[in-house]
Write a protein that binds this ligand. Sequence first.
Ligand SMILES: Cc1cc2nc3c(=O)[nH]c(=O)nc-3n(C[C@H](O)[C@H](O)[C@H](O)COP(=O)(O)OP(=O)(O)OC[C@H]3O[C@@H](n4cnc5c(N)ncnc54)[C@H](O)[C@@H]3O)c2cc1C
Length: 511
Amino acid sequence: MSDEIQQVDLFIVGGGINGAAVARDAAGRGLKVMLAERGDYACATSSASSKLIHGGLRYLEKFEIPLVRESLREREIMLRIAPHLTRPLRFLVPITGQQKRPAWLVRIALLLYDFLSGRQLLAASGRLDRHEISRLPRLRKADLADVLHYADCWVDDARLVLETLLDARARGADIANRRTVTRLAANENGYHVTFEEGAAARTVHARFVVNAAGPWTNDVPGLEGTGIERKALRLVRGSHIVLNLPRPVVRDAYTLQNSDGRIVFTIPWLDDRFLVIGTTDAPQEGDPGDARCSDAERDYLLACYNTYFEHPDRPAGSGDIVWSWAGVRALVDDGREDPSKVTRSAKIVAKAQGTGGLISLYGGKLTTHRRFAEKIIRQLQGMGLETGPEWTATAPLHGGALAREKLEQLACKPPRGVKPGVARRWAFTYGSEITALYEMIWQRPELAREVVPGINEAELRYSATTEDARRGEDFLLRRTKQYLFLTTVQRKTIQQWFDDNRGISPDDDIV
Ligand SMILES: Cc1cc2nc3c(=O)[nH]c(=O)nc-3n(C[C@H](O)[C@H](O)[C@H](O)COP(=O)(O)OP(=O)(O)OC[C@H]3O[C@@H](n4cnc5c(N)ncnc54)[C@H](O)[C@@H]3O)c2cc1C
């Protein structure tokens, strides 16, 4: 091992939302930060969520009031700091005679939800009148006693992770995907962290390490030898199915009470082109990376949907599903048998190591990632790390510097060769960074060339150089959701573009 080993204050294992949030917060406080993500950013749980920034209405039933209050308050912070990725969403709660939770109980829960939220931007909860109910498309009305409504927020989960990491990078953090931690070894004042990047292996010295490896938190190589407590985990899979949104279009999200007492959401997605239905709670056996929506989960979600909605002509079936995804919640095992009942509260486990230390994270929510990072930094401070003050509640995220109205205006003035629909998608994908894409085309008009319909060369180039996309799927599934709009041949064309432009840098002349 070289004597000139690189020193960092904080090394983070895992580029999901928790690792990203800690990296951003720590970098903004002046720390020397390095982060390793072995796959692509957000390739695991953090791109397989229900994509909600929400209080978690159902957690009220479990009296997880502090978690709900904290989550509710984060909604408006996210609307302010990431307006391009987060938007308010109205949820309707249909109440029928057969449900476990009657209207009065849900109404009380919603009033408590409003009360805890300290809301300024989001609408208050309430109840639809008969006329409004009669106009709801496709909802079965036969047994309907009431329809309540409340607001939460929708977020692009994979981009939230990415923009958080890009923000950390802009503040000096060394962030990389396809960088795999292969060994953690404690020494006098911290840890040697070895990682592989391509064919090369490197070791750095980190005074502090945050292990944010999600479902793999207990499996980070060398963790056992550090002596840190490894909590027993319950791996609980949650699946979603995606339907082509039937007509007439349902524009609201729904919170449905299923016959087993569980809550299932239906969420209109991608400019109302698709409908997402989820989620489930199923034990995940084997590697969390292999999680897939099972046939039983698919049928469960379809059955719940068909109970509440009339699909045109016939009930929705497996043939209507255009996509599905499954993610694994890594929950601390609290001994409860029913996976739906295991606590969703996050846990932090810490171990001092000389003047340094190690923290392992368990659980967490997309919604509370920013607050979770603050708690982790506080814990590190308690272990001797000196940092600047909290700052993340008000600073716009990467791409978050412009309000939605301003983004709408920019989308109306695309450079020549960029279709208006594409410019609008860019506005609510890249936010204020849309100007970087425009600038590329203004300087080199040939980059407006469409590689496949709706995807211009400038966008692929931006994705590869600024956002570290290396493969077609990085771009099609996580930087954007264009996968759902392309044919197999077009997806291959995008992959080919990445193959042909390996190693591209912002200054390269690729045309
Ligand atoms: C089905 C489902 C729905 C959900 N819906 C919501 C929701 O709507 N709203 C909400 O607030 N929360 C939701 N959550 C919770 C939220 O998605 C998770 O809490 C969050 O994504 C966990 O993020 P993470 O960073 O801990 O883990 P992950 O996103 O899994 O990230 C861990 C990363 O570590 C990497 N890694 C592992 N080992 C190594 C190594 N040796 N070297 C380098 N990298 C490594 C992995 O590749 C992975 O990318 C949902 C969760 C699930 C499962």
